[in-house]
Design a protein around this ligand. Sequence first.
Ligand code: SF4
Ligand code: SF4
Length: 106
Amino acid sequence: MIDDTSYKDLPFEEKIQMMDAMTEKQLQDSLEQVKFMCKDYCGKCPSYQGTGETNLAFCSIGKSSIIKEKKGCLCKQCPISKTMSLRWEFYCTDGNAIDLAIAEKK
Ligand code: SF4
Ligand code: SF4
């Protein structure tokens, strides 16, 4: 069993692998939690505000079809970045964390 102290230091790739064991319902609930948190970050970010975008959690769902201009990103301050060891930003224009992790390996 992994304790909380060692979990927080794991890289994103290992944390996301652990989510493979989650049920569809658990994944949905987790996405809802990410969105809840995200509205105070993406929702208040200069790249998002005024665009008409209503989606959230781009680190999970991937690129926005609406946001095209990078005017600043608050992802580094978002607790989800820490919880999931996310090391990127601008998910709304660049893609979700899984895609960015894969792109790094190419
Ligand atoms: S991913 Fe970053 S740049 Fe895009 S809306 Fe969220 S905080 Fe803003
Ligand atoms: S890391 Fe960025 S995209 Fe993901 S929930 Fe936080 S603010 Fe939203």
